[in-house]
Design a protein around this ligand. Sequence first.
Ligand code: GDP
Length: 444
Amino acid sequence: MAFEGLSERLQKTFSKLRGKGKVTEADVREMMREVRLALLEADVNFDVTKTFIKTVRERAIGSEVLDSLTPAQQVIKIVNEELTKIMGSQAVLLNKADKIPTIVMMVGLQGAGKTTSAGKLARYLKEEQKARPLFIAADVYRPAAIEQLKTIGQQLDVPVYDEGTQHNPVDIVQNGLQKAADDKNDYVLIDTAGRLEIDDQLMDELSQIKAIAHPKEILLVVDSMTGQAATHVAEGFNERLDITGVILTKLDGDTRGGAALSIRSVTGKPIKFIGSGEKLDALEVFHPDRMANRILGMGDMMTLIEKAQKDYDEKQAEELTRKMQENNFDFNDFVDQLDQVQKMGPMDEIMKMIPGMANNPALQNVKMDPQDLEHLKAIVYSMTPQERQNPDLLNPSRRRRLASGAGRPIQEVNRMIKQFKQMQTMMQKMSKGNFNGMDQMMGG
Ligand code: GDP
């Protein structure tokens, strides 16, 4: 995930303040020097860094921190607030036209992830708004781009308007819009051509498309892996096209993340979405506050909860609640729960969203192995139906049988049964309205 380096450095810097009863002005200055280096190293734009440091330093030298009993927390709070601010404070949602269709023009350099992001956006709109989008394939210079869009269209069941590679993109867009009007599509997503770098010919073509399409949104797709260049690209496109927002892609990769922190300040335009993977569901609305929390290792409970809600099967949830109330939670439910967790995504990504876990040194070298969950399931599958419903039956000889059936060490079987019993106890407490059980789970 992005920001690992920055996150680590910032937290190391702040940890020096921890435990200090009093913080002096000299401490703050020293710390801000380190924060400055950390930001520059993460590829944050120079001017953005400078302004940020100045603001935080001024606030941190004020009485808010120096007189506080918990200076370290106060400093982190200020850094968090200011990070959030430079990223734009609030999430900015997609604009919608007063009458259909809402026209969205996707622009960006080649390889930034334009076509993929157009697909992700269509999927998002279908899911969130039950929208009926139409793609227009206006990248006529790269035949593969049209094929790629058609493949995505097929996957999502979204129609693609194209005229191959022999026609003028401006005409194609015109005809595509007519098609959308005929078919009453509520969104039109125009996939435009990219180049390896910004050039006049490309900008002229995009300007012409803009002039006839009157898009409600011009979304610039930029690759966060390109570091400082991402910010320059954003400036260039914004000057020529007056973009309405940015989709920042490849934040799942090993990017230092500077673009996320610079683009808003430099262009004045919001990052609306971030891309976090190659698959079509890897698009998230960009929430500056949540991102600041992630950077500071405070986790991202909101995204985690939303993920859980989205992937959670309502019926199963109701069933589970009933079982908890009736005190009937058994190993079959346990396996269902494991399945739900697996659906949410790779375990190590999920863990990082839990506050305190992101940069928890104890977890640094722990690689969550998807196999672990499979092993737990294998143990349950080795149980008889009676054993699944009643773990008390599991005496030592039965446990040995499970271990050999699942091909796992006996210690693992014992540990799992113990955890299961703890979980059962916790659920009983929670179903009686005693949520202290949660603390026990979090604390281990
Ligand atoms: P375009 O030339 O701008 O249309 O770029 P494409 O949509 O063809 O994407 C270029 C490459 O980047 C493809 O291999 C995509 O799978 C990949 N890609 C796009 N978005 C993301 C993302 O958010 N994360 C990752 N890891 N890869 C992405």
